[in-house]
Ligand binder design. Structure first.
Ligand SMILES: [Zn+2]
Length: 205
């Protein structure tokens, strides 16, 4: 009986993916709030529920951050141009996924805010539209796994005129096949987190 009482509240929140957004780029709060709407709406259309929590961070080149210690199922970083110079070879990329240790699921991805600003200027979209969609693309990599890029749509790389126009209209979303994988992947990831929480809570208490 004690076991059953313990499981019920966890099961109720099983399908919600907890995403922790680390904002290193001092994104204006209104832009972040609007980007969150764009992001959660893209996942809602795919049939998945995501919960987004923002933490503001300050980057120091000499400091190592243990991303494994950041709470949540997924960690999405919004990084600056200065960070891009030390993190990636090509400063023109919009984002990337942090490789995971062997036999672990990747859970960290990054979007560069200066590239969001570039695309915003090129498309006439708001920074929130581009940021929310770019974060959705990077989370798409984590949930869809290898070979996530597609010939068209939100997982196209790089986005072409058609995709950039669709961002502006709020219509750049996952297709049906991608949506199905995303829903399954969220269920698997939140299931894993539940198991980890149950384990961390310790048996027989
Ligand atoms: Zn990509």
């Amino acid at each position: 009986m004690r076991y059953l009482v313990f499981l019920l509240p966890l099961a109720a929140s099983a399908q919600v993916l907890n995403v922790t957004v680390l904002d290193y780029a001092s994104v204006p709060p209104a832009t972040l709030a609007a980007a969150r709407e764009v992001f959660t709406s893209i996942y809602r259309k795919a049939g998945g529920q995501v919960q987004w929590t923002v933490e503001t961070r300050v980057w120091r080149p000499d400091q190592t951050v243990r991303l494994a210690d950041v709470p949540g199922d997924i960690v999405l970083r919004i990084c600056t141009e200065e960070m891009a110079k030390s993190l990636v070879r090509k400063e023109t990329i919009l984002g990337y996924v942090q490789p995971s240790a062997e036999r672990e699921l990747a859970r960290v991805a990054t979007v560069f805010y200066h590239r969001v600003e570039d695309l915003k200027a090129a498309t006439g979209s708001t920074p929130a539209q581009v940021l929310g969609t770019a974060l959705a693309h990077e989370l798409g990599h984590l949930l869809l796994g290898k070979g996530a890029h597609s010939r068209a749509g939100i997982m196209r790389c790089p986005w072409d005129t058609q995709e950039l126009r669709a961002i502006h209209r709020g219509q750049l979303v996952f297709d049906r096949r991608q949506s199905l994988t995303i829903v399954n992947s969220i269920a698997a990831r939140t299931g894993l987190t539940m198991a980890a929480n149950a384990f961390a809570a310790g048996p027989g208490r």
